[in-house]
Design a protein around this ligand. Structure first.
Ligand code: PEP
Ligand code: MN
Length: 266
């Protein structure tokens, strides 16, 4: 499979600049979602991310606001003109997100490790005739390049052409400064295997700490990856999930402004 006829993830963005997606780990309340989105839009962000269904490691934590949050994403879209992106993990999520007009879907790291779930997502998109929606596939939690490529193939086979990958680092057991060590050789190998596939880097889940976002982002741009997905929250310390790795829209603007960017290859 050569993936040669892929289309841009979104139309109308300058292909010489990295694609930047930002927004909170989770949509928590309408106020938090809208306030974060407005600030990000003022800072020039064009794609807003927010988790509606959250795959938490253990029960008892905040598992996402669910369907109700899709209306907030619609408001973000209408008020700010940003495109909106959310995570889907099963058929019902896909159908609800499509109905709400979500522009970009992403498959999370726990889901891309599960071929049944990825196939269900792919089949649902095909059956719904929604093959023009953009889908980004996060690497599986475990460092398994073939599983990652397999997930991409399942979506490609279903007719998805606005396809991309998100590298968020790989889970491991032990001590590291990273929450999910980057193991850069794996996404580099993915790029070698599928040269047309845009790869977006997620320094937030990779580092797990807001202090690491800037250096990981610079590394990503130095390696000419296609874009960045960064978690940003209007009040990071109060976030209901992943609070240590989120930055305010204001800090994000400083980080993005300080990155040295050479043109991307993709
Ligand atoms: C997220 O993007 O908030 C998320 C849950 O990420 P991952 O699937 O990479 O753990
Ligand atoms: Mn998160």
């Amino acid at each position: 499979m050569n993936f040669e006829d892929l289309k841009p993830i979104v139309e109308g963005l300058d292909p010489s600049k990295p694609l930047v997606m930002a927004g909170p780990c989770s949509a928590e309340t309408e106020e938090q979602t809208l306030s974060t989105a407005r600030q990000l839009a003022m800072g020039g962000i064009k794609i807003f991310r927010a988790g509606i269904w959250k795959p938490r490691t253990k029960p008892g934590g905040f598992e996402g606001i669910g369907k109700e949050g899709l209306a907030w994403l619609q408001r973000v879209r209408e008020e700010t003109g940003m495109l909106v992106a959310t995570e889907v993990a099963m058929r019902a999520h896909v159908l609800d997100a499509l109905e709400a007009g979500v522009d970009i879907l992403w498959v999370g790291a726990r889901t891309s490790a599960n071929p049944f779930a990825v196939q269900e997502i792919a089949d649902t998109l095909k059956e719904a005739g929604a093959t023009d929606v953009a889908v980004l596939v996060k690497n599986p939690v475990n460092p398994d390049l073939e599983l990652w490529i397999g997930a991409l193939e399942r979506l490609y086979n279903a007719g998805i052409r606005r396809l991309g990958a998100i590298h968020r680092g790989f889970s491991f057991y032990g001590k590291s400064i990273y929450r999910n060590p980057p193991q850069w050789h794996i996404p580099i190998e993915l790029h070698r295997r599928i040269p047309h596939l845009p790869i977006v880097i997620d320094p937030s889940h990779m580092g797990g700490k807001r202090e690491l976002i800037s250096s990981l982002s610079q590394q990503a741009l130095d390696m000419k990856f296609a874009g960045l997905m960064i978690e940003s929250h209007c009040s990071p310390d109060d976030a209901w999930s992943d609070k240590n790795q989120q930055v305010t829209p204001e800090v994000l603007k400083v980080i993005l402004g300080s990155l040295v960017h050479r043109n991307t290859v993709q």
